[in-house]
Design a binder for this molecule. Structure first.
Ligand SMILES: Cc1ncc(COP(=O)(O)O)c(C=O)c1O
Ligand SMILES: N[C@@H](CCCC[NH3+])C(=O)O
Length: 446
């Protein structure tokens, strides 16, 4: 078993079966069906608390405050919102739907930040009506629109301006978000970010609280975060120099890398916290300014390692390779409908037989789904025992983030359930789609 990749309560029993949170995966699969996303509650909440505590301690040494906003796009259910509220985190939502789920779970609106590069009028209005703590404005159009809606409602919208710092970082082009040529934010280099700050400062319906940046996702390098912190504080210092306004808040986004495979690497909350606190201290020493109230937005690093997907093996094929040798194709009962990350970003995962021990020879294997695409791959390369067979359970670790939240109904697939486990008890967060769900979306002919 790839112990380093599975969540902290995962163990393998004498009969070879995995258990998580004190529950046997065979029983979980029997009770809830497969594919099944299983969240280790202890692990996920420990990760959330580690970000909270390490950042509080690292920035506290400088007398500064930090809030941790869990980036709910990684995985959201109202139960998760309840955990985050109980563990004193705040929450980042990226749509009206995520906002409603966060509120449903009891997350106080004042602890919610609303993101989005193209928020609708209805989303902005709703955010103001419920009183979200911050709206991260992403364009001049949004600044104008939000100002108008706020004034119409007799409200003042607390805003941060999303800044594109030009730092290129992230595990894949599609998840890098702070280089110039992409859709998010307002450019630091072109002066658009500065101009947006002035526009927010001048708008009667807006209360300019500060600046935000998110450089990308699955980032290992502290240097990228350090560079972005320095550029952000430089912008804040320039704004102070020109307008005499000391922006109180700076949000440095999420993006901390996790380990997906035994040879993968991660950026731990501790290394991230102390690295970033030192970076902010160094930047302030260089560009000047008071310590702002900081915030960060980890998503993947809280939810990802805490989750696994349990599949049932259906068909196993052995295929000859051009270069010699063979590959074992292990087809499971899900695929690109429950894990879009392999096909979208070429993401790497690992897998293990979860229902028994095997002393068969390892075989070069590829775990594939049941969809009508040859790119429907869950795990591109992994050693699995040569006797893996129909009926076995397979567990793929580190699928807690961007698994269920990016799941889809391709080939009219029924999206899997999500359960969390703790002390042997399972709790359903999201139930499996049913045929009735499919029929309810389909408008049948008269
Ligand atoms: C604005 C913003 N904040 C936070 C995140 C969370 O990123 P991650 O899950 O990599 O921590 C994202 C997604 O990349 C994002 O777009
Ligand atoms: N969905 C992406 C991360 C992008 C997050 C949102 N900015 C992933 O699975 O890696």
């Amino acid at each position: 078993m790839s112990a380093a990749v599975f969540s902290r309560t995962v163990t393998r029993g004498d009969d070879g079966a995995l258990s998580v949170g004190g529950a046997d995966v065979r029983e979980l699969a029997g009770a809830h069906g497969t594919p099944l996303y299983v969240i280790d509650e202890v692990d996920m909440r420990a990760r959330a608390c580690a970000f909270r505590d390490e950042f509080t301690a690292a920035f506290g040494r400088h007398g500064a405050k930090v809030d941790v906003y869990y980036a709910s796009k990684a995985f959201l259910s109202s139960k998760v919102a309840r955990w985050m509220r109980a563990d004193d985190l705040c929450m980042d939502v990226a749509s009206g739907g995520e906002l409603e789920l966060a509120l449903r779970g009891g997350m106080p609106a004042a602890r919610i930040g609303l993101h989005g590069n193209n928020k609708s009028d209805a989303e902005l209005r709703r955010a103001l009506e419920v009183g979200v703590g911050r709206i991260i404005v992403d364009s001049f159009t949004e600044i104008e629109t939000l100002d108008a809606i706020a004034r119409e409602l007799g409200a003042v919208a607390p805003v941060l301006v999303r800044v594109t710092t030009g730092v290129h970082a992230g595990g894949h082009e599609y998840i890098a978000t702070s280089h110039e040529d992409q859709k998010f934010g307002l450019s630091l280099a072109s002066g658009a970010a500065f101009e947006a700050l002035v526009a927010c400062q001048d708008a009667e319906g807006l209360d300019l609280r500060g600046i935000h940046t998110h450089i990308g996702s699955q980032i290992l390098s502290l240097e990228a975060f350090q560079e972005s912190a320095e550029r952000m504080l430089g912008l804040r210092a320039a704004f102070f120099a020109e307008l005499g306004v000391d922006l109180p808040e700076v949000d440095l986004g999420g993006g901390y890398a996790i380990r997906y495979t035994p040879h993968g690497e991660e950026l731990t909350p501790r290394d991230a916290a102390y690295g970033m606190a030192e970076a902010v201290a160094a930047a302030l020493a260089k560009v000047g300014g008071t310590w702002p109230h900081l915030s960060i937005e980890p998503g993947r690093a809280i939810a990802g390692p805490a989750g696994m997907t349990v599949y049932r093996v259906g068909v196993v094929k052995h295929v000859n390779l051009d270069e010699g040798g063979e590959r074992q194709y292990v087809a499971v009962d899900g695929g690109m409908s429950d894990n879009m990350r392999t096909v979208t970003y070429g993401a790497e995962y690992t897998a293990t037989v979860a229902s028994r021990l095997s002393d068969a020879e390892p075989a070069l294997s590829r775990v594939v789904g049941k969809h009508c695409e040859s790119g429907d791959i869950v795990v591109r390369d992994v050693d699995l025992p040569h006797d893996v067979a129909r009926g076995d359970l397979l567990a793929v670790p580190a699928t807690g983030a961007y698994g269920r939240s990016m799941a889809n109904n391709y080939n009219a697939a029924l999206r899997p359930a999500v359960v969390s486990v703790r002390d042997g008890e399972a709790s359903v967060h999201i139930r499996r789609d049913t045929l009735e769900d499919l029929f309810s979306w389909d408008v049948a002919p008269d």
